[in-house]
Design a protein around this ligand. Structure first.
Ligand SMILES: [Zn+2]
Length: 452
């Protein structure tokens, strides 16, 4: 490994400038800006290090370009599928950036640019690990396949159907992904799963237009009273979701998962102060991490009706819109939860309200005891010189279930971004030291996995 680490250190300046070229190319999937151009640029950079690439249009409405890559090694016994994405979130609000989002700028040891951490820089680390191994050891210890998603930031709407139609192409023994943030202490994290999502919208209307609240107030109903009445049926007094069958399928953490949760560094008092909170939600007898990793939620994301601006406007609103996201845990099925939500609405007498399902993600989980876990812990520890923290599940959502549940491949995520990477926000950044350690981590992990 010494020779490989030396190659990475010796070439770090070039790696940074190549990454900057990738960051200069916008690839905003939600606005359909530059995604095709970025796919071609990325594929070229992968070809440069010896990864055979194809740009695969995924069909559907936007025909987004998946970048597929593979590099096989004559002696390798295992195949690792790398998942990453090259699309980015919109950069707005532009005035909040200290330097333009698509002009990568280095300040205080960080590269500031949209996509630097989420996810171009982290994906690029794997590619540069391939280069470092090929230039020093000549052959990779494992076969690698790359699945570079062009639409992760909009929920990967085309990926599921595409992978289902081409399962052999993505077949592998295990999968590895780097996205998100390390612990705030600077210690690396291994994440074994993620929660799913069921995102829906409710619309309810009374009159055909907004009205003067004095001229019409009294006989004309305000839609908010019924919507609020409905929303209050969704939670019981302890904060538990009151939809029948909502918790039916969930499974408690295993002893190994409980042990891992207990080892996650966490200062409840400090976290509450950091968030400006007086208390956390119940149940009292359940820990912070168990609530995030093994419990589903029902969250009111947004509520709009009438006037919410400065000063007064005496309006009697005619319609109300509510956005709800439910984070789901292993064994819950988004469509089933949606059906239960709909039934709850109907049985409580609110079946006349419009209910729309917007997006779903399945939850996914890899066993914390899987043999690849030990190998990745060893690889990450060597590169970061620090003991990784094991997270049985991450609270957020991603398309991993297509890999775990459909392809049947275990996946472990190891973030290379810092805890203050500002992903999805202005001044997104990648700590250069972590980018370089990330390249070393990927290279080391490939060796450890080959021996696992
Ligand atoms: Zn993201």
């Amino acid at each position: 490994m010494e020779q490989i680490y030396k190659y990475i250190d010796d070439n770090s300046q070039r790696f940074i400038s190549e990454l900057n070229t990738l960051l200069k190319q916008p690839s905003i999937s939600s606005q359909r800006i530059g995604v095709e151009e970025c796919a071609r640029l990325l594929a070229g950079m992968m070809e440069d290090v010896g990864i055979r690439c194809e740009i695969l249009p995924m069909g559907g409405l936007n025909n987004p370009p998946l970048v597929y890559g593979e590099i096989f090694s004559p002696g390798a016994k295992k195949t690792v599928l790398i998942y990453g994405h090259f699309d980015v979130q919109p950069p707005e609000p532009l005035e909040a950036w200290d330097s333009p989002p698509f002009e990568p700028t280095i300040r205080d040891g960080r590269i500031y640019a949209r996509g630097s951490a989420d996810n171009k820089g982290q994906l690029f680390a794997h590619i540069k690990a391939v280069e470092a191994i090929m230039k020093t050891a000549k052959d990779l210890p494992v076969n690698l396949k790359f699945l570079c998603d062009p639409e992760e930031e909009i929920g990967s709407p085309s990926l599921d159907d595409f992978v289902r139609a081409h399962p052999d192409r993505f077949a592998a023994d295990m999968a590895y992904n780097s996205d998100g943030a390390m612990d705030s202490s600077g210690r690396p994290i291994l994440s074994f799963g993620n929660r799913g999502t069921c995102y829906l919208e409710i619309n309810y209307q009374e009159a055909n237009r907004d009205l003067h609240s004095g001229q019409f107030g009294g006989p004309v109903p305000n839609p908010n009273w019924r919507v609020i009445e409905f929303l209050s049926t969704l939670h019981d007094s302890t904060g538990r979701v009151a939809i029948e069958g909502f918790y039916d399928d969930i499974v408690p953490p295993t002893p190994a998962e409980k042990e891992a949760m207990a080892k996650i560094p966490f200062d409840e008092e400090k976290t509450r102060r950091y968030l400006g909170l007086k208390r956390f939600d119940g149940p009292e007898d359940m820990g912070y991490w168990e609530k995030i990793m093994f419990q589903p939620t029902l969250n009111i994301c947004g509520y709009s009706s009438g006037y919410g601006g400065e000063g007064t406007k005496t309006v009697l609103p005619c319609k109300t819109r509510v956005k709800i996201d439910m984070r789901l845990v292993k064994n819950q099925v988004p469509r089933d939860i949606f059906a239960k939500f709909k039934k709850h609405m109907e049985t409580h007498g609110f079946g006349d309200m419009e209910l729309k399902l917007l997006t779903t993600y399945n939850p996914a989980k890899t066993s914390i005891d899987h043999p690849m876990s030990k190998a990745i812990v060893a690889g990450v520890k060597k590169a970061f010189q620090s003991d990784p923290i094991l997270h049985p599940v991450t609270g957020g959502s991603n398309p991993s279930s297509i890999i775990t549940d459909f392809l049947g491949i275990p996946i472990i995520k190891v973030p290379y971004g810092s805890h203050d990477e500002c992903n999805h926000a202005p001044n997104e950044n990648l700590v250069i030291d972590l980018f370089i350690k990330g390249i070393k981590a990927s290279a080391t992990v490939f060796y450890e996995l080959s021996a696992s």
